[in-house]
Design a protein around this ligand. Sequence first.
Ligand code: NAP
Length: 259
Amino acid sequence: MADTATPKPGLQVDLSGQVALVTGASRGIGRAIAVQLARCGASVAGVARTKEGMDATLTAIREAGGTAEAFAANVAITADVNRVVEEVEARFGGKIQILVNNAGITKDGLFLRMEDDAWDDVINTNLKGTFLFARAVGAMMMRQRYGRIINITSVSALMGNPGQANYSASKAGVIGFTKTIARELASRGVTVNAVAPGFITTDMTDSLPDKIKAEVKERVPVRRLGSPEDIADLVTYLASPGASYLTGQIIAVDGGMTC
Ligand code: NAP
């Protein structure tokens, strides 16, 4: 039996004329999201720490007939985030309809031995980065009375995971942040939701020993690891105009792990 999902064309919604800013778009889940949104007609602004890191994503999008451009920013740095949002607005006609806060890192270790840097780096990238980008586009989305913000959290925030105190805390923070700003923005046509991936095959999980991967698979009711495209499909729906009555929700895409 195949280990990952059968490749599929991906959910099709009409996003033509829209601009989607996707952080952490250089690989993994972010790349799959960027490609999928572009296939649906959105112009994609892909953010990673270097523009060169975005090359493979840009190629994939352009080969699929889509439009995309790369922007460099460290999501944890306010000046970087504000600059990139200004650059994206200047490049794509002043409006951003879709923001996907996907950039994230892990620095695992048991909490009793965790260094301050491992805590700070993970919180700053995963949680502060989400706040910074949402703040940078929030006012404009309110003015245009339309927006879709999708934050990528994790099942680690829902269940806890030994060795990931910093990561689980950052992703649990994303959940509280999502629910709060969903309430603040709802009356202006801006929805805010979070997607909680389970165990997805990307660089982030690649380094785990095969034994751990086999154990994870045993814990997943559908008996396979997820693919980045499994996440991209839900993000695409949440990004669509049709998802206007869905806000403040945390949706796990985890093969049933947390059910
Ligand atoms: P990945 O393959 O390691 O990719 C991480 C992405 O984030 C890269 O594009 C990286 O870009 C970017 N990034 C990291 N730090 C950044 C920073 N400071 N500024 C800008 N960009 C930064 O990870 P992934 O597995 O696709 O994960 C994507 C998201 O899903 C993360 O938020 C992760 O926590 C979450 N998630 C993943 C899993 C999983 O099983 N894989 C499960 C649950 C949740 P550069 O390195 O090129 O800058």
